[in-house]
Design a protein around this ligand. Structure first.
Ligand SMILES: [Zn+2]
Ligand SMILES: [Zn+2]
Length: 332
């Protein structure tokens, strides 16, 4: 840390001394700027919340009736001695990078981000800065994603095959972000799409925010006698092996996550199929994003911190790390 750093590490979280606020703090604070509504970044117990406007619905659906102010993407506001604005991170609905400016110096805290645009949230916007605080969830060169169009073609082909053999297709994924992204990529003419109630609540928040998603109904809303043999079912991983699946009798199951790229991950999950679909940047994406900021100094958080710091130093950048409490059970 240096004397005039715009973001420093405190026991409560990442803190901006000049603006007197925290970014995604992990302990209760007075003023919290929230990059996105995943549970490890948006926690309960803060007095005031500030987030990007499209995050309002999902934040309230997860945290209840919090004291929340929002800013449109790119809109500036004053916090203490700094100017603050939110810029799209392309991760989930309402996800934002926080830009902080003080006497001509600019810092950007990325939160979680992804470069490939997906239609369920505003696409990632590179923001020029002097210091960039980046996540590193998939910060190893082995992580390289294929285009999502290829993955969706595979997912729809898997579904069609199952349907033709009289089986339902059950996709386990996180209810917020991944579920809506998968839904948005599904073909609409194979068989009904059914979602778990946890997924349905988030779908509603997305639809309320103007995101167009294919029709999908809750299991409880299915009329008796509806043929669900070839249905596509989107459910959180917690329902694996539960009575929720009884309704679908014979089914094939799958898991969608960046971790599916790891050898053995599908087997450990105990599913028939693994689809490598992540809402985080892969290694080339992280490098591309860092380069686009033109930052000379990079601070790496949660993920493959050491590997990224070493690699960035070798590229001639000033790189260091913050030890955060993000990333525990993180949707990936
Ligand atoms: Zn996240
Ligand atoms: Zn994260």
């Amino acid at each position: 840390m240096k004397p005039n750093d715009l973001v420093v590490l405190r026991p409560q979280g990442l803190y901006c001394p000049q603006g007197d606020f925290y970014i995604d703090p992990w302990r209760p604070v007075g003023r919290a700027l929230i990059t996105h509504a995943h549970a490890d970044h948006a926690r309960t117990g803060h007095t005031h919340y500030l987030a990007a406007q499209p995050a309002a619905g999902v934040l309230k659906s997860r945290l209840g009736n919090i004291s929340l102010e929002t800013l449109r993407y790119g809109e500036k506001t004053r916090c203490g001695d700094v100017s603050v604005s939110f810029h799209p991170a392309g991760h989930v609905l309402g996800s934002a990078q926080v830009r902080i400016e003080h006497k001509g110096e600019v810092w950007v805290a990325s939160g979680d981000y992804k470069l490939e645009a997906d239609g369920t949230c505003d696409p990632f916007e590179p923001v020029r800065c002097d210091t960039f605080i980046t996540e590193s969830t998939f910060g190893l060169p082995i992580y390289q994603w294929r285009a999502q169009s290829v993955l969706f073609a595979e997912i729809n082909a898997w579904w069609l095959r199952n349907r033709n053999e009289g089986r339902a297709s059950v996709m386990y994924c996180y209810s917020f972000g991944k579920a809506q992204r998968i839904l948005s990529g599904l073909s609409q003419d194979i068989a009904p799409i059914v979602v778990h109630s946890a997924v349905d609540a988030l779908n509603q928040a997305y639809r309320d925010a103007g995101v167009v998603l294919p029709p999908a109904c809750k299991v409880s809303d299915l009329e008796t006698g509806t043929d669900v043999r070839g249905a596509f079912v989107i459910a959180p991983p917690a329902v694996q092996g539960s009575s929720f699946l009884k309704r679908f009798r014979e089914h094939s199951d799958a898991f969608a996550s960046g971790w599916m790229q790891l050898r053995g991950a599908r087997r450990r999950r105990g599913v028939d199929q693994g689809f490598v679909l992540s809402d985080h940047a892969d290694w080339p994406g992280l490098m591309q994003a860092i380069k686009a900021t033109e930052a000379q100094r990079v601070i790496v958080t949660h993920g493959s911190v050491d590997v990224m710091v070493r690699h960035l130093c070798e590229q001639g950048l000033e790189a260091e790390s913050f030890s955060t409490e993000y990333g525990v059970e993180e949707p990936a």
